[in-house]
Design a protein around this ligand. Structure first.
Ligand SMILES: [Fe+2]
Ligand SMILES: [Fe+2]
Length: 474
């Protein structure tokens, strides 16, 4: 069943094109060119979303937004601005979100952005419902595409529903890709296995603009699998890793937009569900072999270890774990402002000038998040202090332990630990050994956090027994 969408824009030519494009993408579309007709249409019919131009006449875009807020609060609003000036002079994303816009598109933009923005608002079942499904699969077709247009996932970590929700490619050679599945095709696990086993394919590719859809899908699937007691813990971690990595990639590429933040919060709930529900996670973490040095993978690892440390504290709560997870996903976002050559080096290989720039990344992170008031101050504080050390040798301020927020101390330990694992290509027990090798190093971490971190790798039942013995002695 097609989702009904209303498009309201004074430009009739554009309106006509948008209508055709959205219909081709499976939506049921009505179009109006003024605000009054938009309100009338909303009064008469129930829509899933409206694509609303702010510069409407005969009831302005602002009036229609107020009308929607009062009369149709559940309606998704994609607001179209005719120029960047609105964002520079009058509003920021946050103001527009308060007015009721879930997504903002600034002209000029390509038509596929319209579909992306609508899909960004849909939950998984709506995405599936709106998909034009086919039995079997379409013909494979070769395409010349620039590598920049793609994002990739390891073929072994690719998950799909009964029907794939976007086009899937394999890489033939530089600039040449083969579309092996079209959106709506029935997904065949056998076929994917054939690519792995017979053609030694390692990665599947899909278009960058489909990444949001993939994140939504993976998060949906991860939650389902987390609820299944019989499913394997390794598989559960792989699912959450997959979704967190793709989310961080989306943030680094697209920047922080309101809809991205909502997805981030959903993913953090999933991380919480994982650390809370998987009692055997400690076993897996002991043998965790994840040496992917990408920033996306790193953010997931830091998030997972931080959440696991928090779990060891008595004051732990769902809210605290989710707050810290969100901070971890964003903790290195300030690196977006650093030159590429600095991001490719480890701090120990940098010269003094490079190091100085690198050490600005917590502040840059705060600058990037500053305008976004829906990100809690505690998240910003964690990001700002994630490189501060207990002995005052950290940055950006070089403050000592009592001036460092406890949650920042936790992220600091998780962050350095995940770097040690990747740099030394070693599993957690060996990384822990390296971390604790010399006293000077230990002095950099908060003692209580370190103690709780070590418990991450111990069977919770044993810890409980020790606690009970302690209580008896006291
Ligand atoms: Fe960092
Ligand atoms: Fe980091």
């Amino acid at each position: 069943m097609a989702l009904p969408v209303l498009v309201a824009d004074p430009d009739r030519k554009w309106l006509g094109d948008a209508k055709i494009h959205l219909k081709e993408s499976g939506y049921e579309v009505d179009a109006v060119d003024n605000g009054r007709d938009a309100q009338l249409a909303l009064f008469r019919k129930r829509y899933f979303a409206i694509i609303l131009n702010f510069d409407l006449k005969n009831h302005t875009g602002m009036q229609v937004l107020k009308f929607i807020k009062f009369n149709h609060p559940g309606l998704k609003v994609v607001l179209v601005l005719n120029s960047e000036e609105y964002l520079q002079e009058y509003f920021d994303y946050e103001d527009l979100q308060k007015l009721g816009a879930q997504e903002v598109l600034v002209r000029p933009f390509e038509n596929h952005k319209l579909v992306d923005s609508l899909e960004g608002q849909q939950n998984f079942s709506q995405l599936i419902k709106n998909l034009k499904k086919r039995t079997g699969q379409s013909e494979e077709s070769e395409e010349d595409v620039d590598e920049d247009e793609f994002t990739k996932v390891r073929i072994k970590e690719f998950f799909s529903a009964k029907h794939v929700i976007f086009d899937v490619y394999i890489k033939l050679r530089e600039g040449k890709y083969l579309k092996i599945l079209h959106a709506g095709d029935s997904f065949s696990k056998e076929r994917i296995d054939k690519y792995i086993n017979e053609k030694s394919i390692e990665f599947l590719y899909f278009k960058e603009h489909d990444r949001k859809k993939y994140i939504r899908f993976c998060n949906h699937l991860a939650r389902k699998i987390l609820g299944n007691k019989k499913a394997d813990t390794k598989m559960k971690v792989a699912m959450v890793k997959n979704v967190a990595e793709k989310f961080v990639e989306e943030v680094f590429v697209e920047g922080i937009k309101p809809s991205i933040l909502d997805q981030g919060k959903e993913i953090c709930e999933t991380v919480f569900k994982l650390v809370e529900g998987e009692k055997d996670l400690f076993k897996l973490l002991k043998e965790f072999q994840e040496f992917d040095p990408s920033a996306y993978s790193h953010a997931f690892l830091v998030s997972l270890f931080s959440a696991m440390i928090i779990r060891q504290f008595e004051w732990q709560s769902k809210l605290t774990t989710e707050t810290v997870s969100l901070a971890c996903l964003f903790h290195d976002i300030g690196k977006m402002k650093l030159p590429q050559e600095i991001n490719e080096k480890r701090p120990e290989d940098m010269n003094a000038a490079e190091l100085e720039q690198y050490q600005m990344h917590p502040e840059f992170g705060i600058e990037l998040l500053h305008a976004n008031r829906s990100i809690p101050p505690s998240v910003k504080q964690i990001i700002y202090q994630h490189h501060e050390c207990t002995d005052g040798t950290g940055f950006p301020k070089g403050v000592k332990d009592n001036k460092i927020f406890t949650l920042s101390k936790i992220v600091h330990v998780a962050d350095e630990f995940s770097h040690i694992m990747v740099v030394n290509d070693c599993a957690p027990p060996a990384a822990l050994k390296i971390m604790l090798e010399n006293e000077a190093n230990i002095a950099r971490y908060n003692g209580v956090v370190l103690e709780h971190f070590m418990k991450v790798f111990v069977d919770p039942k044993i810890l409980q027994e020790i606690e009970e013995k302690k209580k008896k002695i006291c």
